[in-house]
Design a protein around this ligand. Structure first.
Ligand code: C2E
Ligand code: CA
Ligand code: CA
Length: 666
């Protein structure tokens, strides 16, 4: 019996149409057993025959002693039969004969070995010897039944023939001795019965061992198959048959690792079915499922040839991962996806946005040097891009842009982060120089807030300030910023003056002016070194508490600057309401000033502010041309990337700006 069941046995079993051994027909199992144990039986038989022939030849010695008169012929017979049997056996092996042939040959050799020795031996004169010597015939019987592993039938036939030879020769030689005949005859017959019985038992045992091994191998194969099936099931989306989120997440990690280790770029593209809930509600869940299946299969068909992988990310959302790089390629792939789904022409007349078919919105992001070390970030970016695609009318593609509106999840994260931002050192200030364009001196710095998430992802103020204003976190953060600017810049004398942006929420909050005066006291900074930049974006008319607050701040010596002038709607009434110190003209006017109408507009605004006797600061000076224009217009104060970008405190170097030759005067 082979310890490990070969695959051929299991395959033969499966070929019977029954996968489980206990269900297969007995004859089929026997056949498998014969085939399966064949090689090992043949090898065992060959080995056995060599040993048997060796022992058989050794008996030549007893021939010489017991039957010396016929020993020559008897021994000759032994050698002829022995040599012939082994020769035939080896030829059979060379011819790759089956186990049955080898076994039958060996059985024949047993019979021949006995018969051809017995014939000459019977001629002996040593009657007493041969009477006892004949008993060795039972050894041949035992050989057939116990020594070799013959199938039961073959064993029985062989031993019956040996028994018959024994009995016939006994009758022929000793018919005149009834007692001898009876005792030895009985001995031969019982020998035959017992050894045949043991052979039968042994054969049954071997067969049972084989069946058990087959069963075990079958169980093993089944559990392996179940394992593979389970693995496949756990990675497959039950509805669409495509990879599910689990599988996609794993694939995403692989892509990400390749990007991190080998720099292989990739894009993550989220695809969301537009107005799917409406579709589901109106057409029913079955139709909804069918819709998802159709979208999934068109995505599969379209993306397979492009070597992109696609999976269901949840609900009506799919995700595509592809090794495309760069804006244009990603946009092109997004368009392929969008138009493929549109091309399905699946009717959806419940959407009320002018379209009558199922479409998808596509949000994409791709790896860039600033993607950072976190895998989640690229998905988060794609998610935000998708959100923006939805917000932009759906059925379109959006690439991630850092200034995209945030998703509600993002906003929640930001709100949570804001609560612990100060304590955890997640916020800091950067400073941008404000320059006197006539003297080249930096007169002040504007402090701008910076914040990062716990994982290090930087956020722009456009993202976190509105959240801080909505949640009220701006109150603490605003005071923190004022204190920080006072200690970092003013108390240390890094710059003569600092401006801090202040939200309307802060101005409306109770005790703001008092809190500011405490900060001034504690830091030993004079109020006249500080300016607050207030945006005109809110309607202030009738907000008496704000007006009172501003008056209190001015009493502390703090300058109030009007920020982003020209972008809000209440600019002029603001100018009327407050004695501002400086007005910051929004950089959009500077951009428009290239056209004559734009320039005329800018000149009008400048004239208007000057007429009110206020100082003017223009933001967003990005080029030498811009600075030149400032000189032409006689503007004194400027701020912008050309003059200096916002930098952290230890990079603030205030050195005089060289006076430009063509300084225009007013
Ligand atoms: P803002 O007060 O108008 O600040 C100027 C913005 O323009 C800054 O963006 C600055 O980095 C950017 N900038 C400066 N020079 C140039 C230039 O030459 N070209 C261009 N294109 N941009 C320039 P930032 O830092 O992203 O701030 C955005 C806005 O966030 C600020 O606009 C302000 O409204 C708000 N903000 C920033 N820090 C604070 C703060 O501490 N408190 C409050 N309440 N708001 C803040
Ligand atoms: Ca500002
Ligand atoms: Ca501004």
């Amino acid at each position: 019996m082979e310890p490990i069941m070969s695959h051929s046995a299991l395959n033969a079993l499966e070929a019977t149409g029954k996968t489980c051994p206990s269900l297969a027909p007995a004859t089929a199992l026997r056949r498998i057993y014969q085939v399966e144990t064949g090689p090992s039986r043949a090898a065992g038989t060959r080995q056995g025959l060599w040993v048997a022939v060796f022992v058989y030849l050794l008996f030549a010695i007893s021939d010489l002693i017991l039957i010396p008169d016929v020993a020559q012929t008897a021994i000759f017979a032994r050698f002829v039969v022995g040599a012939a049997s082994l020769a035939i056996l080896e030829v059979l092996f060379l011819a790759k004969a089956g186990a049955r042939t080898v076994e039958a040959t060996s059985a024949a050799a047993i019979v021949a070995g006995y018969l051809f020795w017995l014939l000459p031996a019977m001629q002996t004169e040593a009657v007493t010897s041969i009477r006892l010597y004949m008993i060795f015939g039972t050894i041949f019987m035992m050989g057939a039944n116990l020594f070799f592993i013959f199938p039961f039938i073959l064993s029985v036939i062989t031993s019956v023939v040996v028994l018959a030879i024994l009995l016939i020769s006994m009758v022929a030689m000793f018919s005149n001795e009834p007692i001898y005949m009876m005792t030895f005859g009985l001995f031969y017959v019982s020998c035959f019965i017992f050894t045949s019985y043991v052979n039968w038992k042994l054969n049954e045992e071997r067969y049972n061992v084989f069946l058990n091994a087959l069963e075990a191998a079958h169980q093993h194969r089944e559990s392996e198959k179940r394992g593979v099936a389970l693995e496949r099931l756990s990675n497959t989306d039950y509805l669409t048959g495509m990879e599910n989120r689990r599988a996609v997440d794993r694939r995403l990690r692989d892509y990400w690792n390749d990007w991190q280790t080998e720099g292989k770029a990739f894009a993550a593209i989220l695809v969301d079915v537009d107005f799917f809930k409406k579709y589901n509600d109106f057409y029913g869940h079955q139709a909804g499922d069918r819709c998802l299946i159709l979208v999934a299969s068109v995505l599969n068909e379209t993306l397979k040839p492009l070597n992109a992988s696609v999976g269901r990310y949840g609900g009506e959302e799919f995700i595509v991962l592809s090794r495309v790089t760069g804006r244009d390629q990603v946009m092109a792939l997004g368009e392929i996806i969008r138009s493929a789904v549109e091309g399905l022409h699946l009717v959806h007349d419940q959407r009320r946005d002018g379209q009558a078919f199922v479409t998808v919105s596509v949000g994409a992001s791709y790896t860039r040097p600033q993607s950072g070390p976190k895998l989640e970030r690229i998905i988060n970016e794609a998610d935000r891009a998708l959100y923006s695609a939805k917000a932009n009318g759906r059925n379109c593609i959006r690439l991630f842009n850092p200034n995209d509106p945030l998703t509600s999840d993002d906003n929640e994260n930001i709100a949570a982060t804001l609560r612990m931002a100060i304590k955890n050192d997640l916020v800091h200030l950067v400073y941008q120089p404000i320059q006197n364009l006539k003297t080249g001196r930096v007169e002040a710095v504007e402090s701008l807030m910076r914040m990062k998430m716990i994982d290090g992802t930087p956020l722009s103020p456009a993202q976190f300030i509105p959240v801080a204003e909505r949640t009220g976190a701006i109150l603490d953060l605003g005071l923190w910023a004022i204190r920080r600017a006072c200690t970092e810049v003013l108390a240390t004398g890094v710059a003569p003056m600092a401006s801090v942006n202040v939200s309307a929420i802060q101005l409306k909050s109770r005790g703001f002016a008092l809190a500011v005066s405490t900060i001034l006291e504690e830091t030993g900074v004079s109020g006249s070194q500080l300016a607050f930049e207030i945006t005109e974006g809110i309607d202030m008319e009738g907000q008496s508490d704000v007006i009172r607050c501003i008056t209190d701040l001015q009493a502390l010596g703090i300058r109030i600057w009007l920020d982003d002038f020209g972008t809000g709607f209440a600019g002029l009434s603001w100018l009327r309401l407050f004695p501002f110190d400086t007005v910051k003209i929004d950089r959009s006017f500077l951009q428009d000033a290239r056209r004559p109408a734009g320039r005329a507009m800018l000149e009008d605004i400048i004239r208007l502010i000057r007429n009110r006797g206020l100082k003017i600061l223009i933001e967003g000076l990005e080029t030498a041309d811009h600075v030149e224009l400032m000189h032409e217009l006689g503007i004194e104060l400027g701020q912008g990337y050309f003059l200096g970008r916002p930098v952290p405190i230890d990079e603030v170097r205030i050195k005089p700006f060289p006076r430009l030759a063509s300084v225009g005067g007013r």
